[in-house]
Ligand binder design. Structure first.
Ligand code: ADP
Length: 632
């Protein structure tokens, strides 16, 4: 059959242009990508052959072979893995997986050094062949196909590729790179050997390089001859099966970048081998940067690579860690699951549950260990703090540990740098202080200048300032940390407990007594617009604030529920007034009750405005303000 010409998907063409026109700081990555694909193809066949051993035929030993030939200017990467049919070649080597593509193009920064590092991160690995080659030929025979059902795929990386059915004696794939004129260095054994060792040492399949070897002299000869033969370059032992003490940090980092497709070093790693009740090896990593889809609602991919008895089973096994640890990457290899395990079986297996519990502990321990390093921990908190926080509500068993790992803004650190731990807070608590005080608000700025803080600040009591979207929801799931109850700074009758001395209590009673008339006038003016009116003890600089009684939603919670599409009854507040404030005094001095009612309405509405960040009827409010501004 004659060769057929096909057009690349538009994104591929764009990508190929980028590959051809950018100056790569590190061209060597192409070899890592192609060896990695070869290794994946072998893993896939290995897995299938567990149930269909006949697929291996007379070629049961898995290998990746690399051969450079200067005469024909080619570099060939061969594997005897699962191979590709013609249709698969068209599907996989003419398109890029949809979800990744968009993100890839969005993340390009027109900065070639950075852009080239992104290659591999979004599954564009194969196309990196065009960094060094001006023509790429793929000869492939699927493990399911006959000799004369193999495929030749070829492209110069400019808009189109062709495919043709051919005959290929051996199973698997040969990637033939026709190297560009200025890429002669990749004909050199030493260079190739170095790159393989650097990037692919931990691949569990042997990688063999065709190179010149000095032979032992035979009998009667003074010196041996030099011959070309395939020599194994990597040690072909899966990294995680080695003893942790025999591995260097650099090896762990390289392995991470390779297996988890990241171009940056991880922040931390944890390698554990466990024998006993459960038998498993886990290698967990904490990335430096959150993926673009960490908060996306669509089901995005996360989870660990699963190996059973060192056989690769699946990617993105998300059953081994809870959702609030979805940023953790790495792998688990266990002897406790069957080789034919499927996602469905994983879902409700008791072994999975036990492993999940154990891995959750390991992951939290890794995070806890990282907290010793302030700089790296800051990065972690900035990237993943708000995801980890979900665990407070999701994982009751580990709630206290998760709380210990979180970091907050408070009135103490005076900047929004998320650096205060609850242990820091507790260590600074005043002698008689029993509670941990917090305030939720729309933004850090709104929290810092909130009227609810005034009295607490005056007494020098530290307050957690919570302004992330999920904070209100989290606080609803929390009672205490280390036995100290969380108390909202907006709760009515903010109880300062023993922090309040006798004098305070007496003064409070006196103030309520003295202002009985003021309260009555407000009550008459505002009627059922409020549920109650009190004299505030928390306000110093503001004229008023509103609070809800314990049974009502707070303003923050209301907004959250409304955003989620829930209809809620209008909140009615308790209005707290500060009788010492000039505005309240001025209102009180007004003799005309209808004018006083306007003052009262403004004092209420500005408290609501400050709590909610908006008003249901802003124009009426402005009208009232203007009227009062115009009266002498
Ligand atoms: P990724 O490997 O991230 O999916 P690539 O662009 O590197 O992206 O490869 C695209 C697809 O082409 C692979 O998913 C695989 O299906 C197929 N492929 C690439 N190389 C090989 C190979 N050596 N053997 C079999 N299939 C391969």
């Amino acid at each position: 059959m004659a060769a057929q010409v096909h057009g690349f998907q538009t994104e591929v063409t764009k990508l190929l242009n980028l590959l051809a026109n950018s100056l790569y700081s590190n061209k060597d990555v192409f070899l890592r990508e192609l060896i990695s694909n070869a290794s994946d193809a072998i893993d896939k066949l290995h897995f299938v052959s567990l149930t269909k051993p006949e697929l291996l035929g007379d070629d049961p030993t898995f290998k990746i072979k690399i051969k450079a030939d200067k005469a024909s200017r080619t570099l060939i990467i061969s594997d005897n893995g699962i191979g590709l049919t013609e249709q698969e070649a068209k599907d996989h080597l003419g398109t890029i997986a949809k979800s990744g593509t968009q993100a890839f193009f969005e993340s390009l920064e027109e900065n070639s050094a950075k852009d080239s590092q992104l290659i591999g991160q979004f599954g564009v690995g194969f196309y990196s062949a065009f960094i060094v080659a001006d023509r790429v030929t793929v000869l492939s025979r699927s493990a399911y196909a006959k000799e004369d059902e193999a495929v030749r795929w070829e492209s110069t990386g400019t808009g189109t590729y062709e495919t043709e059915i051919i005959t290929k004696k051996t199973r698997g794939t040969d990637i033939i790179l026709h190297l560009k004129d200025d890429q002669d260095k990749y004909f050199d054994d030493w260079t190739l050997g170095d790159i393989i060792t650097k990037y692919s040492d931990h691949i569990s399949t042997p990688v063999e390089l065709y190179k010149e070897v000095q032979k032992e002299p035979k009998e009667g000869e003074t010196s041996g001859t030099k011959e070309f033969e395939y020599v194994q370059i990597n040690d072909a032992e899966a990294l995680w099966t080695k003893k942790p003490s025999s591995l260097t940090e650099e090896e762990y980092y390289q392995f991470y970048k390779h297996t988890c497709s990241d171009y940056q070093d991880p922040l931390a790693y944890a390698h554990n081998k466990v024998d006993g009740d459960l038998e498993y090896t886990s290698l967990l990593y904490l990335p430096q940067r959150a993926p673009f889809d960490l908060f996306s609602r669509q089901d995005t991919k996360h989870g660990l690579k699963l190996f059973v008895q060192r056989v690769f089973i699946m990617d993105d096994a998300d059953q081994f860690l809870p959702p609030y640890l979805r940023f953790i990457k790495g792998l688990i290899d266990t002897n406790d699951l069957p080789l034919n395990v499927s996602r469905e079986i994983l879902q409700d297996s008791a072994v999975t549950r036990k492993l999940k519990k154990a891995l959750t502990k390991r992951a939290l321990k890794m995070i806890q260990d990282l907290s010793q390093n302030t700089e790296k921990y800051n990065t972690f908190i900035t990237q993943f703090g708000s995801v980890l926080k979900e665990g407070v509500a999701d994982d009751y068993a580990n709630q206290q540990l998760i709380l210990k790992l979180l970091r907050f803004n408070t009135t103490y650190n005076e900047k929004a740098d998320m650096s205060v731990s609850l242990d820091d807070y507790v260590s600074r608590m005043q002698e008689k202080q029993k509670h941990i005080y917090y305030l939720t608000a729309n933004s850090y700025e709104a929290a810092v200048s909130s009227p609810y803080l005034e009295n607490l600040k005056k007494k020098g009591i530290e307050v957690l300032l919570l302004s992330e979207r999920i904070d209100e929801w989290i606080m609803n799931h929390l009672r205490d940390y280390d036995g100290k109850e969380f108390v909202s700074a907006t709760s009515p009758d903010l109880k300062l407990g023993e922090l309040e001395d006798e004098e305070d209590v007496k003064k409070k009673e006196e103030i309520q007594e003295q202002n009985r008339d003021l309260i009555e006038r407000f009550k008459t003016a505002l009627g059922d617009k409020v549920t109650d009116i009190r004299i505030s003890t928390r306000l110093v600089e503001s004229p008023s604030c509103v609070v809800t009684d314990g049974n009502m939603f707070t303003g923050q919670m209301q907004k959250l529920l409304e955003a989620a599409g829930q209809k809620l009854p209008e909140i009615k507040y308790i209005l707290e007034i500060n009788p010492e404030h000039a505005l309240v005094k001025k209102a009180y001095a007004e003799i005309d009750e209808s004018v006083f009612a306007k003052w009262a309405s403004i004092i209420l509405n500005q408290a609501i405005l400050s709590e909610q960040g908006g008003l249901k009827d802003p124009s009426s409010f402005l009208k009232e303000v203007n009227e009062l501004l115009l009266t002498k």
